[in-house]
Each structure stands twice: as structure tokens, then as C-alpha cells.
Design a binder for this molecule. Structure first.
Ligand code: ATP
Ligand code: MG
Length: 567
């Protein structure tokens, strides 16, 4: 394969290109995306997805979707379908869709081979003893007293483990490597454990399950993976990956390459943390629009293009770093600025009555849907005697620099006329409930006064034709800007979910604000779930799935302006 014309854009592509040029890989490039179906995928997983699929694509290769389901305790079919949907939504498609569990027979067979070759043994140490024997970073481990038991004995015990003769946690199969290795992963890691648990694919067939470190390289070999790409925490596991691969005796020779995890400010990219938010009802579900899950981002109004753009800008590096969440917002703002039709919505209304306009007279004013895209067409905006404007666009005692509406002052209504506030109506408590305005009929576009300049332009809706909506505004879920992600691998302690003291302290309860008395122009009555709009002066919004015919619900994806300045 001639790759001289391929321009690489990151170090992984450099590696792959070099492997092809040096003849280390002769066939086509094959990668895999290996999500564990134990939750919905978050934007960190999307980075991995992006890396796996785009590297294969670049070199004319293929990427498999492999459900890493070797640990049955938390996995579920619900997540399998959701993950497939998410991958398609991002615009990727897999070559084969496979399950790690479909290799259980082969993995078991190979484990037996490892025992026969003297590379694995059945151990009887309790988990506590095993921990004690493992040593520390500065102290070598000790050999288990069962390490040198005869091969026949290990073979017999392993088979009986498979047949269900022993309880969970009693026996394990361990690789025989080196208890004094400076790399703790190499100190006789567990490769099979007993778990009497029904598996979502294999049912009750198995009561022993392989560990990730044993199963993954074997699966990669079976599928002919050329490059096994994963996040940085697997770097110290690479010698073990290579050890299993080289001893498995399978023809393939996959190479593991690690890349930086994605971390984002005000966000915690950890499935177990997100699961707690869901299960303890901090959020409405995995797709709560504040969640960094792909379904949450989608519901919030993020587009696949904006997420691609974000990942491209973040890039693929070797060292971990934390990305400003405002970069993500910037990307969706840029995308929606181009693609979202414009419209008007009033989130917190006050009534405006035009004193010199006939009761019942409605005119329809033609307005472009997008200032830069005439091909997006025009819509008709109703105008009449009764209007609504934003409450904060009026001030009774306005300072000079307040270029919005105030007694005696004029503003232009976007796409319509100039109006002047002549008087206000107050309720018995002295609150202003209505503004009485005159309209200058010469100021509509096309007429003589169309160019007459006033300082402020306001958005508005015509009250009798407007559609009442609910608007949901969001803020960051976490108060802290930086959050340590607890990255935990399978063979580390998996007892209790670490409960950080500040788990609830850091959650911002006021991160959702619901506006229950908002209105959109009647032209939007037929908007469908998932439709995006830029509401003038308010930001970008998307129609939410909670919408009903009577009450559409809109989520604010992002405000119009951010302080983020990309380099
Ligand atoms: P979590 O800790 O959130 O549960 P995980 O690593 O257990 O994540 P998997 O479903 O096993 O979740 O991961 C699928 C792939 O996504 C793996 O290749 C993993 O390396 C990668 N991945 C997970 N989190 C991130 C992240 N924050 N940035 C980049 N890649 C990630
Ligand atoms: Mg995992």
C-alpha cells in the first residue's frame, strides 16, 4: 500500500504510516472501538470513537464495533442499542459488530493453553492476601504458595472453576510472570475470576469470566486488529498486553497505542459518576441536557458537526490535559450560527398595546430566515395591536445610555416598525403590566421612513398568534472548574464506588432554570423535536422531546456570545 500521499495530522497516524512504510503491517488497517455496554457513552468515549474510526478511514481500513462485555455485572442490552445509535449519529459506521463475549470459548481454550505452557496457575489466595502479596511501587511482591503447583492440578481446578464447583472470590487463574517486576501489572495478574452471574449475551453458560487484560489482546488478535488504540491509563498495561499477545500463538500482531484522555472543565467524564447522578436523581436521566453524554449533548442541541469540529480542534495528543468547556460551546455556536434559522421568542414577557393600530388587524411581514443564507427562505411574522416584548427591555426610569424602551423613547421592532412608549399601565401594587405605545407606520421596510435610525432594535412577538412555550436554560452542573476523574481499571479495587465527600457539594442545583411563560412567533408552531433556531438576542435553542402540542419545550443549547477566544 502506498501511503506517501497521506498527510498525517497526529502521532497515531504517524505510527500507522510508519508501520505501513516499514512493512510491519502488510494488509489493510483494522481498528476497533470497544465500549463497555454498562452505560451511555460520554464525550470522552466519543473522542476514542473518533480516533478509532478516523484513523482507519484515513488509511482505507476498517473499524469494528466491539462490545467489551467480559464483565457481566453491570452490562445491559439497553446500552448496546443506544451506543449503536450514538455511533451512527456521529456519522461513523462499523465494519463488524462483535461482542467480546462471543470469544469466551476461544479465550477459555487459550487460558488452558497458558496453563499447559506453565504460563498460568490457579491460585487460592483470598483477595486480601493477594493484595498483601502484591507488594507496592517500592516493594517487590511475593510469590503465592500456589504458584508452583503442578500443571495438572491447575488444569483440573480451572475446569472445575468453569463447572461451577467453587464460590465467587475463592479461586482465580493468574498469569505467571514476575512478582518482582517494577510494573505492578506484571506481578502475576488475575486473568480469570469466578462470577456466578447471568451474562446479557451468554446467559448462564459461564460462571468464570476473563479479565480485560487477558481478553482484550486475544480479541484483538482474533479480529486481526492492526492498531489497538486506547486512552492513556492503559499505558502501564501495555507490557501485559504484549505478553498475552506474544504467548497466545495467534497469527496477528496488534500494536497498542495510547492517547490522552479527554477532560473538560466543569465536567466529569466518568460513567460511574454519571450513573450516580442518574440513579440518585440529581438529573432527569442519562439524556438530561446538562449531561456530557452524547444523548445529553444531542438533546441539548449539539450537532454531530460541532462535536467533530471540537474533537478536531482538541487534537490527539500523548499527554493528558483539560480542555475549556467554552471551546465546546464555541464550536456549536459557530455551527448553529451558519445552520440555524432565525426566529423571535420572548422569554419573560410584558404586554405592549399599540394605540394607533386597529383592534383585530393582523398583517404578515415577510422576513428572511437567515441573514447570510437567502436559500433558507423567508417566513411571515404576524404583527398586530397586541405585542409582547422582553420585560427587561423596558425601564421606567431609564438612564441615558439605556437604548431600549422607556417612557417617551423609541425603539425599532425587528423586521417591523418603530414604536414609541407613550404611557404605562400599572396594577394596584404599582407594578407595570402594560406599555401603551404608538407605532410610526412609515417605518416598515420598503417605505419612506424605513431607514430612520433609532438606537435600539428589540425582538417581539404578536400576542394573539404567538405560541406559548416552556424554555429551559442551563448552566454548568459542577461548580468546580477542574475535577479529578477517578480513572479505574478493572483489576484495581472495585469494591465501593468512591464517594467523594463533595459529591453533592459540587453539584449546582440551580444549573437549570425553567421559564414557564415564554412565547414564540406563531410561524414556529410546526417545529419538530430536534429543530434548531437562533432566537434573536437570546441564543440557540432546540425543540425538546418533552414537547406536547399544547406546550412545546425549548432547550437553550448555548447563548449567543461567549468569552472564549480560540487561538
Ligand atoms: P468510564 O471510566 O467513563 O466508565 P471506561 O474507560 O470504563 O470509561 P469504556 O466503555 O470501557 O469506558 O471505554 C471505551 C473506550 O473509550 C476505551 O477505549 C477508553 O480508552 C475510551 N475512553 C474512556 N474515557 C475516555 C476519555 N475521557 N477520553 C478518551 N477516551 C476515553
Ligand atoms: Mg472500561
Amino acid at each position: 500500500m502506498d501511503v506517501s500521499n497521506i498527510n498525517t495530522t497526529n502521532f497515531i497516524e504517524d505510527f500507522v504510516k510508519q508501520d505501513i512504510e516499514e512493512g510491519a503491517v502488510t494488509g489493510s488497517i483494522q481498528t476497533r472501538f470497544p465500549p463497555e455496554p454498562n452505560g451511555y457513552i460520554h464525550i470522552g468515549h466519543v473522542k476514542a470513537m473518533y480516533v478509532d474510526f478516523s484513523v482507519a478511514q484515513k488509511f482505507g481500513g476498517k473499524c469494528n464495533l466491539r462490545f467489551d462485555d467480559t464483565n457481566p455485572s453491570k452490562e445491559d442490552n439497553e446500552f448496546v442499542e443506544a451506543i449503536q445509535e450514538d455511533i451512527h449519529w456521529m456519522g461513523f459506521d462499523w465494519d463488524k459488530c462483535v461482542y467480546g463475549s462471543s470469544y469466551f470459548d476461544k479465550t477459555y481454550e487459550l487460558a488452558v493453553e497458558f496453563i499447559k505452557k506453565g504460563l498460568a496457575y490457579v491460585d487460592e489466595l483470598t483477595p486480601e492476601q493477594m493484595k498483601e502479596y502484591r507488594g507496592t511501587l517500592t516493594k517487590p511482591g511475593k510469590n503465592s504458595p500456589y504458584r508452583d503447583r503442578p500443571v495438572e492440578e491447575s488444569l483440573d481446578l480451572f475446569e472445575r472453576m468453569k463447572n461451577g464447583e467453587f464460590a465467587d472470590g475463592t479461586l482465580t487463574l493468574r498469569a505467571k510472570i514476575d512478582m518482582a517486576s517494577p510494573n505492578i501489572c506484571m506481578r502475576d495478574p488475575t486473568i480469570y475470576r469466578i462470577m456466578h452471574k447471568k451474562h446479557h449475551q451468554t446467559g448462564d453458560k459461564w460462571c468464570i469470566y476473563p479479565m480485560y487484560d487477558f481478553a482484550h489482546p486475544i480479541q484483538d488478535c482474533i479480529e486481526g486488529i492492526t492498531h489497538s488504540l486506547c486512552s492513556l491509563e492503559y499505558e502501564i498495561h501495555r507490557p501485559l498486553y504484549n505478553w498475552v499477545r506474544d504467548n497466545a500463538g495467534l497469527p496477528a500482531h496488534p500494536r497498542q497505542i495510547e492517547f490522552a484522555r479527554l477532560n473538560i472543565t466543569h465536567t466529569k467524564l466518568s460513567k460511574r459518576y454519571l450513573r450516580r447522578l442518574v440513579e440518585e436523581h440529581f438529573v432527569s436521566g442519562w439524556d438530561d441536557p446538562r449531561m456530557p453524554t452524547l444523548c445529553g449533548l444531542r438533546r441539548r442541541g449539539y450537532t454531530p458537526a460541532s462535536i467533530h469540529d471540537f474533537l478536531r480542534r482538541v487534537g490527539i495528543a500523548k499527554a493528558d490535559s483539560v480542555v475549556d468547556i467554552q471551546l465546546l460551546e464555541h464550536c456549536v455556536r459557530e455551527d448553529l450560527n451558519e445552520s440555524a434559522p432565525r426566529a423571535m421568542a420572548v422569554l419573560d414577557p410584558i404586554k405592549v398595546t399599540l394605540t394607533n393600530w386597529d383592534e383585530g388587524k393582523i398583517v404578515y411581514l415577510k422576513t428572511e430566515n437567515h441573514p447570510n443564507h437567502p436559500e433558507m427562505g423567508e417566513r411571515e411574522v404576524a404583527f398586530g395591536k397586541h405585542l409582547l416584548i422582553e420585560r427587561e427591555d423596558f425601564m421606567e426610569d431609564a438612564p441615558k445610555k439605556f437604548f431600549r424602551l422607556a417612557p417617551g423613547r423609541e425603539v425599532r421592532l425587528k423586521a417591523a416598525y418603530i414604536i414609541k412608549c407613550e404611557d404605562v399601565v400599572k396594577d394596584e401594587n404599582g407594578n407595570i403590566i402594560e406599555l401603551l405605545c404608538s407605532v410610526d407606520l412609515d417605518t416598515i421596510s420598503g417605505s419612506e421612513g424605513a431607514d430612520r435610525k433609532v438606537k435600539g432594535t428589540l425582538h417581539w412577538v404578536e400576542e394573539t398568534t404567538a405560541q406559548k412555550i416552556e424554555v429551559r436554560l442551563y448552566d454548568y452542573m459542577l461548580k468546580e472548574e477542574e475535577n479529578e476523574d477517578e480513572v479505574e481499571l478493572e483489576d484495581e479495587e472495585e469494591t465501593e464506588v468512591p464517594v467523594k465527600k463533595d459529591f453533592t457539594d459540587d453539584f449546582k442545583y440551580e444549573s437549570i432554570k425553567v421559564m414557564k411563560n415564554a412565547y414564540i412567533e406563531g410561524a414556529l408552531k410546526n417545529a419538530k423535536v430536534g429543530d434548531h433556531f437562533q432566537f434573536m438576542r437570546q441564543g440557540y435553542f432546540v425543540v425538546d422531546k418533552d414537547s406536547t402540542a399544547e406546550l412545546p419545550v425549548y432547550n437553550r443549547t448555548v447563548s449567543l456570545k461567549g468569552s472564549y477566544k480560540p487561538e
